[in-house]
Ligand binder design. Structure first.
Ligand code: 2BA
Length: 109
């Protein structure tokens, strides 16, 4: 068994969790915040048998879209007063960031 941790954009999360339900894939959905954009995203924790990993990754791949987002960097208040530092910059987010981890033990009581 493996643990798949998948960070997806909020806009893709409902569709993905519906696909997991339809495919009988058990998942836990967490509301998370990206460290860089400091805006909401969704993290799924999926405990899954090794032979179903590719199936899960394919569902994540087909659901997660790449989007462009603007962020305003923090204003630089140093002596140079470089005003360009306050302009929004475009950042490409996603599709999904996925980690596949080993599981030492799986118990349900
Ligand atoms: P955020 O940290 O809010 O990052 C959003 C997007 O901003 C990233 O998209 C990336 O395109 C950009 N970005 C992040 N850090 C940057 C930096 N230091 N300089 C320039 N651009 C930067 P994604 O790579 O698709 O990541 C989407 C979300 O996935 C991230 O949201 C974060 O919550 C998570 N994530 C990505 N890589 C991760 C990692 N190695 N470990 C843990 N979480 C990760």
């Amino acid at each position: 068994m493996k643990m798949i941790i998948a960070i997806v954009q909020d806009k893709d999360s409902n569709r993905l969790s519906n696909l997991f339900i339809e495919s009988n894939i058990r998942a836990t959905k967490l509301s998370t915040t990206g460290g860089f954009l400091k805006s909401g995203n969704t993290t799924f924790m999926i405990g899954i048998e090794e032979e179903r990993i590719d199936e899960v990754l394919e569902l994540i791949r087909e659901t997660s879209r790449t989007r462009k987002q603007f962020m305003t960097p923090p204003i630089n208040l140093d002596a140079s007063m470089d005003s360009s530092a306050a302009y929004p910059v475009e950042v490409q987010v996603g599709g999904a960031t996925v980690f596949v981890l080993p599981i030492d033990s799986f118990q349900q009581f």
